[in-house]
Design a protein around this ligand. Structure first.
Ligand SMILES: *Cc1c(COP(=O)(O)O)cnc(C)c1O
Ligand SMILES: [Zn+2]
Length: 391
């Protein structure tokens, strides 16, 4: 912490650690954590993301919260490599995190920062994964937590949030309520770095560890990283991680960062095609991929796409479901948001010699209604021996 502070993404003014929920006090842009004297240092005695604790903004070990997040597998699936004609296609399997999504890396850092800054209660807004993860890390760090849930948040996930000891609240106008309770009741917002109006710079730091792990597991920098994006932290965080690796002299090239969205809700794609530096606002968001069905996202991810030479791509509903089935048939059951990344890869036109990493951000197991709607064929019950023969 002593060697880090906050810097405005827009005007580059710097500020001491603290909560600036409305963004930069000077210009209103998002803030991010910056470090002095970055030095690659891995602590093999620590576990998961905290192996990289010296590159995270929580100085004292006593503040750190962990449920064993991070250190997820980087896996090749030969059947999909063949179908995609990409021998070097790798899947970063974030479903192996404690609450079955990559959001656990975020909340480990976010709740550690809440403790560092003396907060005792937190609030967030979610379509599902974010809230489940926040509730688990609130439990692990001894904070009270309120979770504003999208009306389509699966019932299972609402129950999970409650079991972790947080309060799930189903609410249409989540952003407005979030702003009000942070301002009036002193809650710590366990929210993304952008977009505003209720931003938090700390959680996204946890996503840097995705880049550190990919680099270590591959032994090199991939050519492409494809991330299913909503607020965009899932793309900006790893990009920042690769950038810091380069600043430290550990790597000398950067991957192209690609954002994947559903065609029914694709504000980044719209902005990217227009060459705009503002993220568009989707008027009629619709897709089975609820976890990435946000009307808009943050500018940091859009800038990372441009700076890296990447793209924003989208896939239709049928392509998303086909990719989900393909991954399940290869042995990994992910949710539609994660399948969107593969759906985009399948038509991206990457070259066979290129190394591509696909982020599988969340598990299908937390979306029972979705799984049911995708696979509704009758299930054989008490069959005769004869009926089993053709299988
Ligand atoms: C939250 C989420 C995303 C998008 O992450 P952002 O940081 O909001 O862009 C993608 N996939 C899954 C499974 C998620 O839960
Ligand atoms: Zn500013």
């Amino acid at each position: 912490m002593g060697n880090s502070r906050l810097r405005c993404f827009g005007c580059a003014r710097e500020f001491p650690h603290g909560l600036y929920a409305g963004g930069c006090p000077a210009c209103g842009e998002a803030l991010e954590v910056v470090y002095e004297n970055l030095e690659w240092l891995e602590n093999p005695a620590a576990s998961g993301i905290w192996r990289f604790g010296s590159l995270l903004p929580v100085g004292e070990e006593g503040w750190r919260v962990s449920l064993g997040e991070g250190n997820t597998p980087l896996t090749r699936l030969p059947a999909i490599s063949r179908a995609a004609n990409l021998p070097n296609l790798y899947f970063k399997n974030e479903t192996c995190n404690p609450t079955w999504s990559f959001k656990d890396r975020f909340h480990a850092v976010c709740f550690s920062a809440a403790r560092m800054l003396g907060y005792s209660k937190a609030v967030t807004s979610t379509t599902g994964n974010h809230g489940v993860s926040a509730a688990a890390y609130a439990a692990a760090s001894g904070l009270k937590c309120v979770v504003f849930c999208h009306p389509e948040t699966p019932h299972l996930q609402r129950r999970m949030i409650a079991l972790y000891g947080a309060l799930p609240v189903v609410l249409e106008r989540r952003q407005a309520m979030l702003e009000a309770v942070v301002r009036d009741h002193g809650y710590w917002p366990a929210t993304t770095m952008a977009p505003l109006p209720v931003a938090n710079a700390y959680g996204v730091e946890g996503y840097k560890t995705i880049a550190f792990e990919i680099w270590q597991q591959l032994g090199r920098v991939p050519d492409h990283v494809v991330c299913p994006i909503a607020a965009g932290d899932v793309l900006y965080g790893p990009w920042k991680g690769f950038q810091e690796l380069r600043q430290m002299g550990a790597i000398d090239r950067m991957p192209k960062m690609h954002g994947a969205q559903a065609a029914g809700c694709n504000p980044y794609v719209e902005s990217f095609r227009a060459g705009s530096d503002r993220v568009a606002v989707e008027q009629h968001p619709s897709s089975v991929a609820l976890s990435i069905r946000d009307e808009t996202g943050g500018r940091p991810a859009l800038r990372a796409i441009y700076d890296s030479g990447g793209t924003a791509m989208d896939a239709g509903e049928e392509e998303i479901i086909a990719a989900l089935r393909m991954l399940a048939a290869a042995g990994l059951l992910v949710e539609p948001a994660s399948a969107t990344a593969l759906a985009c890869i399948l038509k991206a036109g990457f070259q066979p010699e290129e190394t591509v990493v696909c982020l599988l951000t969340g598990s299908g197991a937390k979306w029972p209604e979705t799984i049911q709607s995708i696979h509704d064929e009758p299930i054989l019950e008490n069959p005769t021996l004869e009926e089993l023969k053709p299988l």
